[in-house]
Design a protein around this ligand. Structure first.
Ligand code: OSB
Ligand code: MG
Length: 370
């Protein structure tokens, strides 16, 4: 196929309610969408970088800049045989995984339509439905959190993950565990602690957690291995896994017993598959993380989650948890068993709502061949 045109859009979309993590509160999600035309077929993807560099180093602004000045010129007008070729075109670029994923994932969407296959199947997915959990932001009190947890459990979600930070941790987790002795429960610190907190983090051992996600520095692997030797709760790495080599290092060092794969954070479907294959061979369970994506990113996450080895419920939830109106039709829905059916029709299996996308667009630029 030949890449003929790429349109980048910046949207500002209001979340149904603000989402608070240890690194800040998100009210509006600034969303970058990639619309890529190849051989007359349009592919869509979402760049998952956030507005500020507080989760990882990328932002929607840096992604726009890197896409415009470096990534798009490397692929525009190029003839490629498969979406899996894209990482080679970007081999000279250091970092900026979320920006790269924006191009690669859109090309996967094109390829799945050309081949008249569901994207999940093209990627090697084997599951008919995926298991879903939810991520619940920091709350004002354990009582408020308990109510949120109850709502999600009633909806059928299979795993509850709660955000923690110093001062909003043990008490909150204790309350949730006491009210729900048997649920799959995990915590996510988004790098809010240091190794000096090891004794404190050890106290979470009593809650029988499925995992503790990224307790230490966003870019650290080695110190997580030191912490893992001091606590029983399995550590799951999120922020600090950027590619398969990071996953390999983490597994070798004993820094992660579980890995969260985020399609954007690792640079796209090819890299995600490498990490999935590596973890499957090493017997490390993986699951699909979320970045408060709109439907466009969410449906790529569903396809990825259908791969073997995604044995734990992911942070892939219904559109209506975050959005009044999602950018896709139909919206993503979750069954009462806490699963999402993997689409069986060609492509992503959902329709992008072009008019709604246009209405929410605050910036737009198109690059065409010639
Ligand atoms: O660390 O998993 C995270 C949201 C934004 C940035 C980082 C994270 C999250 C979430 C929400 O936990 C996951 C989702 O439901 O999209
Ligand atoms: Mg996380």
């Amino acid at each position: 196929m030949r890449i003929e045109a790429i349109t980048l859009r910046k949207l500002r979309v209001r979340l149904k309610s603000p989402f608070e993590t240890s690194f800040g509160i998100t009210h509006d999600r600034v969303v970058l969408l990639v619309e890529l035309l190849a051989d007359g077929v349009t592919g869509w993807s979402e760049v998952t970088a956030m507005e500020g560099p507080f989760f990882n180093a990328e932002t929607s602004g840096t992604a726009w800049f890197i896409l415009r000045d470096f990534l798009i010129p490397l692929v525009l007008g190029k003839q490629i045989s498969s979406a899996g070729d894209i990482p080679q075109f970007f081999s000279a670029i250091r970092g900026h995984e979320m920006a790269r994923a924006g191009i690669e994932n859109a090309v996967w969407h094109v390829e799945s339509q050309q081949k008249k296959m569901p994207l999940a199947q093209l990627l090697g997915g084997t599951r008919a439905e995926i298991n879903c959990g939810v991520s619940i932001g920091l709350q004002t009190s354990p009582e408020v959190l308990l109510e949120k947890v109850a709502v999600e459990l009633r909806a059928g979600y299979q795993r509850i993950k709660i955000k923690i930070k110093p001062g909003k941790d043990l008490e909150y987790v204790r309350a949730v565990r006491k009210a729900n002795p048997d649920i799959l429960l995990s915590v996510d610190a988004n790098s809010a602690y240091t190794l000096a907190d090891a004794a404190h983090l050890q106290r979470f051992d009593e809650f029988n957690l499925l995992m503790m996600e990224q307790p230490l520095w966003w870019d650290d692997i080695a110190t997580h291995a030191k912490l893992q030797r001091k606590i029983k709760t399995p550590i799951c790495l999120d922020e600090s896994i950027r590619h398969a080599r990071d996953a390999e290092t983490a597994i070798e060092l004993g820094a992660a017993k579980i890995i969260n794969i985020k399609l954007g954070r690792v640079g796209g479907h090819s890299s995600a598959r490498e990490i999935q294959a590596l973890c499957l061979a090493a017997n490390i369970p993986v699951w699909c993380g979320g970045m408060l994506e709109t439907g466009v990113g969410r449906i790529h996450n569903i396809a990825m989650s259908s791969l073997p080895g995604f044995s734990l419920p992911g942070d892939v939830s219904a559109s209506k948890r975050y959005w009044e109106e999602d950018l896709i039709d139909p919206p993503v829905e979750v069954t009462s068993n806490g699963t999402i059916r993997v689409p069986t029709n060609p492509g992503l299996g959902y329709h992008v709502r072009h008019e709604l996308v246009e209405r929410l667009t605050v910036e737009k630029e198109t690059w065409r061949v010639r």
